[in-house]
Design a protein around this ligand. Structure first.
Ligand code: FAD
Length: 355
C-alpha cells in the first residue's frame, strides 16, 4: 500500500464514513443524487486517512468544496469528500507584499472580505464568488478583469494515491481562461489543500471592466470597489440560497478574427472583446439575442436578468437542465455557427482514477 498511514487511524476513520448520503445540500443546483460513501475532511490529516481508506477499499474519490460549480447528473459511486480544511496565516513579504496562506476549505468570499478589511489589494474584484478557496484555482476563477492566477504564488496539493503533500508554483498549473491542469491532467490525481496568495499593500485598483468605474462615486477606494462589485453582482446574479444555480453555465466562446468579422457584419451590436489574437464573445448576449432569456422549461429555466445563468426552480434530477442545455447549444450553433462549452463540472466523473 503506497500510503504511509497508521492502520488503526484508517479503521477509526471508517466509523465517520456514511453510506448513501443525499448531495442535495452539497450542490447549488440542489440536485438530489446520492454519494455511495460520504465524509467531511476538516484537516490535512483526516483527508489523508480518508484517501488511504479509499485506496484500501479500491473506490474512487470525488472532492466537493461548496458545490457551486457542479452539475451532478447521477449518483456518485465511491467516496465523496467534502473539503472543510480551515486556517489562514499572513506574513509580510519584501516589496510591500503580503503573503496570505489559506486552507482549501475556507470560503473564498470571506478571504476577500478579510483582505479588504486589512487593506490588502488584489482580490477585491473577485468578491462574492461562491465556493471554497481550494476550488478557486481549479477553474482559475475570474471576474471584472482579474483571475486568481494574477495573485496566486503557489498551490499546496495532496497526491490522491500516495497522500504526499507538496507545493506547485502557480506558473506550472496551466492556468488559462476558466481552466487549469486541475481540470485536465491532474484531475482525480491531486487535491488542493492550501493556496498562497501574494497581495499588495499599495493601492492598485482595476476598474476598467464591467462598468465598475461608472458605478463608483468620487475617489475609488478598495472598500468602494469591493462594495460595488458586491452590489452589481447581487443585482445581476441569483443567490443560490434562494434560487438554485451554478453561476455562468457557459464559457464565453473564443473565435478567430475571421469568424468575429463575419459575425460583426451580421450582428452589428455583437458584444465581444479582443482576447490574445482572437475574440471572446459574450455568451450571455448570444443566448439573450436568440430569445432564451427568462424562458422556462419543465422545472428549470434561463435566468431573466442574466441569460448566461441557468436556474433550477423545482427539479430533483438534472434531466430537464441537460435537455435545456442541449436546446440552447443547438440554437446558438444554428444562429451564429458558434459552439457553446459548459462551465460547471459534471459529476460523476466518467474516467477512472488511478485506483
Ligand atoms: C451565483 C454564482 C456566481 C458565480 N460567479 C463566478 C464568477 O464570477 N467567476 C467564476 O470564475 N466562477 C463563478 N462561479 C462558479 C463557482 O463559484 C466557482 O467555480 C468556485 O470556485 C467553485 O467553488 P466550489 O468550492 O463551490 O467548487 P465545487 O463546485 O465544489 O467544485 C468544482 C470543481 O473543483 C473540484 N474541486 C473542489 N475542491 C477541490 C480541491 N480542494 N482540490 C481539487 N479539486 C477540487 C471539484 O471536484 C469540481 O471538479 C459562480 C457560481 C455561482 C453559483
Amino acid at each position: 500500500m503506497p500510503f504511509n498511514t497508521d492502520d488503526s487511524l484508517v479503521q477509526t476513520v471508517e466509523a465517520s464514513i456514511q453510506k448513501d448520503v443525499s448531495l442535495a445540500t452539497y450542490n447549488t443546483f440542489g440536485f438530489s443524487y446520492q454519494a455511495e460513501y460520504f465524509a467531511i475532511a476538516d484537516s490535512c490529516e483526516s483527508l489523508k486517512v480518508l484517501l488511504a481508506w479509499a485506496n484500501r477499499s479500491n473506490v474512487n474519490v470525488t472532492m466537493i468544496g461548496g458545490g457551486s460549480n457542479l452539475l451532478i447528473s447521477d449518483h456518485i459511486g465511491g467516496l465523496v469528500i467534502i473539503n472543510r480544511l480551515q486556517g489562514m496565516q499572513a506574513h509580510e513579504h519584501p516589496n510591500n507584499l503580503i503573503c496570505l496562506t489559506v486552507s482549501a476549505g475556507e470560503k473564498w468570499h470571506q478571504v476577500v472580505e478579510h483582505a479588504v478589511e486589512q487593506s490588502w489589494y488584489g482580490i477585491e474584484n473577485l468578491a462574492l464568488i461562491p465556493g471554497t478557496v481550494g476550488a478557486a484555482p481549479v477553474q482559475n476563477i475570474g471576474a471584472y478583469g482579474v483571475e486568481i492566477k494574477d495573485v496566486l504564488a503557489r498551490v499546496q496539493v495532496m497526491d490522491q494515491t500516495s497522500g504526499d503533500v507538496y507545493w506547485i508554483n502557480a506558473k506550472d498549473c496551466g492556468f488559462a481562461y476558466r481552466d487549469s491542469h486541475f481540470k485536465g491532467k491532474w484531475k482525480n490525481k491531486l487535491i488542493i489543500t492550501s493556496v498562497e496568495l501574494m497581495l499588495k499593500k499599495q493601492a492598485d485598483l482595476l476598474l476598467s471592466y464591467g462598468g465598475l468605474a461608472n458605478r463608483i462615486d468620487g475617489e475609488p477606494t478598495l472598500r468602494k470597489v469591493f462594495d460595488t462589485v458586491c452590489a452589481v453582482r447581487a443585482e445581476k446574479l441569483p443567490n443560490p440560497e434562494t434560487l438554485s444555480n451554478a453561476g455562468s453555465f457557459f464559457k464565453n466562446p473564443i473565435v478567430s478574427q475571421e469568424q468575429h468579422n463575419e459575425l460583426k457584419k451580421r450582428f452589428s451590436d455583437l458584444v465581444s472583446f479582443a482576447f490574445e489574437d482572437n475574440f471572446k464573445l459574450a455568451a450571455g448576449w448570444l443566448i439573450d439575442q436568440a430569445g432564451w432569456k427568462g424562458k422556462k422549461s419543465k422545472g428549470v429555466g434561463v435566468y431573466d436578468k442574466q441569460a448566461l445563468v441557468l436556474v433550477n426552480y423545482t427539479e430533483q434530477s438534472a434531466d430537464a437542465l441537460l435537455d435545456l442545455e442541449t436546446q440552447i447549444k443547438q440554437s446558438i450553433l444554428e444562429r451564429y455557427g458558434v459552439e457553446l462549452e459548459r462551465e460547471p463540472v459534471q459529476l460523476p466523473v466518467q474516467s477512472n482514477t488511478a485506483h
